[in-house]
Every structure is written in C-alpha cells, then in structure tokens.
Design a binder for this molecule. Structure first.
Ligand SMILES: CC(C)(COP(=O)(O)OP(=O)(O)OC[C@H]1O[C@@H](n2cnc3c(N)ncnc32)[C@H](O)[C@@H]1OP(=O)(O)O)[C@@H](O)C(=O)NCCC(=O)NCCS
Length: 243
C-alpha cells in the first residue's frame, strides 16, 4: 500500500520534471508559468455521466450561477448532463483518491460559418479543491486538446464578477470584452505541433494510469474494511458466547 503510494508519487515527480524540462512550446503562447504540481487530468466518456452529474449538482447556488451564467436548478443541470455530446465534445476531469470528481471542464466544439474552427470552454472546481491550480490546469489541457483538433479560437463566457475565470483566460493571453455583467474572453490558439500532440498523449496516459491505481487502491481499502468488519463481528460474537 505504502509502496504503491510511493511509486505513484515518484512517477508523478519524474513526469513533472520531464514536462518542466520540455520546451516552452508545450504550453500555449503567452500562457502562465505552469503551476508547480502535475495534475493527472483524464478524458471523461459517457460512462462518467453519473459522476459528472453528481459533481455539478454539488455546486453551491452561486457557483452554478458563475458556471452556467444563470441560477441553474437540479433539473436544468441534469438535462445539461444528459445532453452532453461525448462524441463531438471533450470532457476532462480530475479525481481525488476517493474517486470523487473534484474538478471538470467541458470543451465544446462549435459549428462555425467561417473557415475558422471554434471551441467553448466551461469549468468547475469544487469549493474544497479551489486555489490549487486545478482550474488553470484544466484550461491548459483544454487548450492543448483544442489545438490538436484544429480549433483556432477558444471562447469563454464568464460573468464580469468572475475574477478567477477571467484571470485564467487573461493569463493565457485571451482578449476580454466586457459587456456589463457579462464578459467574453477570446483566445487565439497556435496550430498543433508534434510537441503539442506528444504532450497530450503523455498527459492522457499518465492520467489513465493514475486513475487505474486509484481504483485499485479503493478496492483494496474496501477489501481491508470488509476484513476488519468480519474480524470485529467474530470478536463480538465470541464475547457474547463467552468463548
Ligand atoms: C473559476 C474556477 C474554476 C477557478 O478554479 P481554481 O482551481 O480555484 O483556480 P486556480 O487555482 O487555477 O486559480 C487560477 C487563478 O485565479 C486566481 N484566483 C482563484 N480564485 C480567485 C478569486 N476568488 N478571486 C480572484 N482570483 C482568484 C488564482 O490566484 C490563480 O491566479 P494565479 O495563477 O495568478 O495564482 C472556480 O473558482 C470555480 O469552479 N468557480 C465556479 C464555476 C465557475 O465560475 N466557472 C467558470 C465559468 S465557465
């Protein structure tokens, strides 16, 4: 158990170090200095729909307002999740050790009449996990994916009061247009390169391995808890019968 944790930590450290040594090309133009910790971010598919719904439903009313631009109720959130198009769009998530989805982002590919390809970014981080750079890391991840899929313009709708989201967009080099209580951030993306393809591939692989290890650890803990419960049950029964 301890060994597994050590192994995971050291492989994360090694991967982090490797990314740090890579050329600045791995990040978008004008992007922020990478947050120090490497965060495994994985692509989510239709089978994660339930967890996505749980994550969004657990957002406080004010966060729902910031995320969707209106005070979304449970029914509206459930409909949003139900209508998510996992074939067309890309959904990213960050899981904690308990396999709780603590942060997620939705990169929607927009139909455009012009020759340019557009994407729209939306994100949410549970309040207990904020300020650790997850929002910024999800943004970086979405940018790389969008570049690798030919998107040249990334759009972020945010309320003007949403300092954290606007800061993330501004730091990446987006131009922000404010229209009263609403703001629109537009980020022009550089084309994909071999480096951006490699970065995404490695990040996805790392996240997948991280997730698998977390699943195994959770199963192991559940098994241990089960064994302890059985032992306790046996002890209680012995006490009762005086054996
Ligand atoms: C916006 C949100 C995703 C940010 O997530 P986060 O993980 O806390 O953000 P990060 O830790 O990556 O911080 C990004 C930057 O914003 C800054 N920041 C974080 N919270 C802030 C706040 N309340 N006010 C001002 N700046 C803030 C951080 O200091 C950081 O700046 P730095 O790079 O200079 O250090 C999160 O607050 C959230 O889920 N809000 C509700 C939903 C929402 O607003 N979604 C965005 C609209 S789509």
């Amino acid at each position: 158990m301890v060994e597994l944790k050590k192994l995971l930590k050291s492989s994360l450290r090694a991967f982090n170090e490797m990314l740090r040594r890579r050329t600045p090309e791995a990040r978008t133009e004008g992007a922020r200095k990478a947050h120090p910790a490497m965060v495994p971010i994985r692509s989510l598919g239709a089978r994660h729909r339930k967890r996505i719904e749980e994550h969004l439903l657990s957002l406080e009313p004010q966060d729902r307002y910031l995320r969707f631009g209106y005070a979304a109720n449970d029914e509206q959130i459930s409909r949003y999740v139900e209508q998510m198009n996992f074939e067309r769009d890309e959904i990213f998530g960050i899981y904690n050790r308990k396999l709780e989805l603590i942060a997620m982002a939705h990169l929607a590919f927009l139909a455009s009449a012009s020759y340019e390809s557009w994407g729209e970014f939306g994100v949410s981080v549970l309040s207990k996990a904020r300020g650790r750079g997850y929002g910024a890391r999800l943004f970086d991840r979405a940018v790389i994916h969008a570049r690798n899929h030919g998107v040249s313009l990334l759009l972020i709708h945010a309320l003007s009061e949403n300092s954290a989201m606007l800061k993330i967009a501004r730091k990446a080099g987006a131009t922000i247009e404010r229209d009263g209580s609403e703001s629109e951030a537009l980020l022009r993306l550089p084309p994909a390169t071999m480096d951006s393809f490699m970065t995404e591939m490695m990040e996805e692989q790392l996240a997948l391995n991280d997730y698998r290890i977390k699943v195994q650890l959770k199963r192991f803990w559940n098994f241990l808890t089960g064994v302890q419960e059985i032992r306790q049950g046996v002890r209680d029964a012995r006490k009762k019968t005086g054996m």
